[in-house]
Design a protein around this ligand. Structure first.
Ligand SMILES: Nc1ncnc2c1ncn2[C@@H]1O[C@H](COP(=O)(O)OP(=O)(O)OP(=O)(O)O)[C@@H](O)[C@H]1O
Ligand SMILES: Nc1ccn([C@@H]2O[C@H](COP(=O)(O)O)[C@@H](O)[C@H]2O)c(=O)n1
Length: 206
């Protein structure tokens, strides 16, 4: 069973992807980490504005070295969203994602273009969202546990900026696939969201 989960930043798609994959015994790929790794590689050499450098970083990506802990910072998220707007960077990462999705038992992938571009034939597609304020509150809670100087206003501004860039770019913009089921988790906790997502998956399974 192939499950595609898309949605804006901090909507909870990664949390749901991981839970659903664990529940069904499937592998899970957080595709945002791929773009984050490319953004981080460009930041490390001071070449975020250099399109050719970002394309080279995408081609050189070694998935076995991805470290979610170091990649999940606000600065790297912003850099990821800059490089992700470049069509050649996206093209360089397509095969890798499709190979992951082609496992015989299926898989769970989350990102921005999984249901629209990477896995248009997924068994079930979820578009997970929540209001920007709710998403900022969740991300702020997560960050402030590690950083006493984290600011809710800065997180909200980052979310608005990334939403706008991801939705308005020409290459594979953040979009709900026509056949995706919308899951708004603004008023749902993690367990309630998981139960709602699982019900959608089970329904699609028949
Ligand atoms: N329904 C929910 N209720 C409360 N908190 C939630 C809910 N879903 C996720 N969270 C929390 O919100 C934060 C963001 O969730 P998560 O990382 O899953 O989002 P994401 O959409 O994958 O983010 P990103 O786009 O940055 O990869 C995490 O701290 C997570 O624990
Ligand atoms: N399929 C995807 C996944 C991610 N992106 C871009 O990467 C940025 C970081 O992603 P997170 O899920 O870790 O927040 C995101 O803002 C997108 O620009 C993408 O384009 N396609």
């Amino acid at each position: 069973m192939l499950i595609a989960i898309d949605g804006p930043a901090a909507s909870g798609k990664g949390t749901l992807g991981k839970r659903i994959a664990g529940h069904l015994g499937l592998a899970h790929l957080d595709t945002g980490l791929l773009y984050r790794a490319v953004g981080a590689a460009c930041l490390a050499i001071g070449k975020l504005d250099d399109e050719a450098a970002s394309v080279a970083a995408a081609h050189a990506l070694d998935v076995s070295t991805l470290d979610p802990e170091t990649l999940r910072t606000g600065e790297i998220g912003e850099a990821a969203s800059v490089v992700a707007a470049r069509p050649e960077v996206r093209a360089a990462l397509i095969d890798l994602q499709r190979r992951f999705a082609a496992r015989p038992e299926g898989a769970v992938l989350d990102g921005r273009d999984i249901g629209t571009v990477i896995c248009p034939d997924a068994t079930v597609k979820l578009f997970v969202t929540a209001t920007p304020e709710v998403r900022a509150e969740r991300r702020y809670k997560e960050l402030s546990a590690r950083d006493p100087f984290a600011s809710y206003e800065a997180v909200l501004a980052d979310i608005h900026k990334r939403d706008a860039r991801d939705s308005n770019r020409a290459a594979a913009p953040l979009l709900k696939a026509d056949d995706a089921v919308l899951l708004d988790t603004s008023a749902l906790g993690i367990e309630e969201s998981f139960a709602a997502a699982l019900a959608i998956v089970e329904r699609a399974r028949g």
